[in-house]
Design a protein around this ligand. Sequence first.
Ligand code: PGA
Length: 258
Amino acid sequence: MNRKYRKTVIAGNWKMNKTPSETKEFMAQFKTIMPKGRWCDVALCVPAVCIPAAVRAMRETRVGIGAENVNANPSGAYTGEVAANMLVDAGCKYVIIGHSERRAMGETDADVNAKVLAALEAGLIPIMCCGESLEQRESGITEEWVAMQIKLGLAGVSEEKIRKVVIAYEPIWAIGTGRTATPEQAQEVCENIRAVIRKLYSSKNARAISILYGGSMNEKNAYELLAQPDIDGGLIGGASLVPEKFVQIIEAANQPTV
Ligand code: PGA
C-alpha cells in the first residue's frame, strides 16, 4: 500500500451467495463491528437482488455497495441483463468487471472493455479483474498475459477517467482454492501492472491507481499481502461472507505504511 499516492480499497465479492434477508442480517452484524476512525475505502459487491437491501443498510456509513456484473448497453432488448445507469440509480458505487468466473462463462476482453467504458460513463467505479491460469504461470507468460488483459480492457479509457478505475489482480489458481499467491508473487504482478499503466498513461496516473490482489485473501494472510508497496487492497470472496473475517481484513489495511 502507499496511502500517500493512492487509495486503499478493501472490496468484498459475494459471488452467488446470500439472499436479500441474509444480506440484511450480515449488514446489521457488520455495522456493529466495523472499525471506526481512519480507514480505507470499503466496498461490498453483492448479487443484483441484494443491492437494495445492502444500500439501505449501509446508507449512513462509508461502505460503498457494488454489483458483480453490468451489461455494456444503455438499455434495450437484453433479457435478464442490468445496465450501468440502473445500478447507479439503485445506489451502487462500484461494479466488478471481467472476473475470471465470468470470463470462464465466455466474457471476452472486448466485452470487458465495453463494460468498463459503460461503467465509467455512468459514473460507476469499475473493479476490472485480470489474472493468469496455473498453466500460463507455469509456462512463464504471466506478465505478458496480464499486460494484454490490461491493455485490451482499458482501450479507449481517457486520461481523465483512468484514475477512477480500480484494477484487481486475481491469479485464477488462487481463487477459492485456499492457495494464495505469496506476497512476493502478488507484488511482482501488481508492480508490472503499474508499469503497463505508466506506459499507457503517465507516471502520475500509474502512481495514483489502486491495484488490488484477490485469491484466497483472508484474515490471516491479508496483513502481509497489504504490506507490499504495489498491493493497494484486496478483492475478497469467501472471507467477505463472514463479518468478523472481513473486519479483520479491513483492520490489516489500516496498518502503518511507509
Ligand atoms: P476468494 O475469491 O477470496 O474466495 O478466493 C476471490 C475472488 O474471486 O474475487
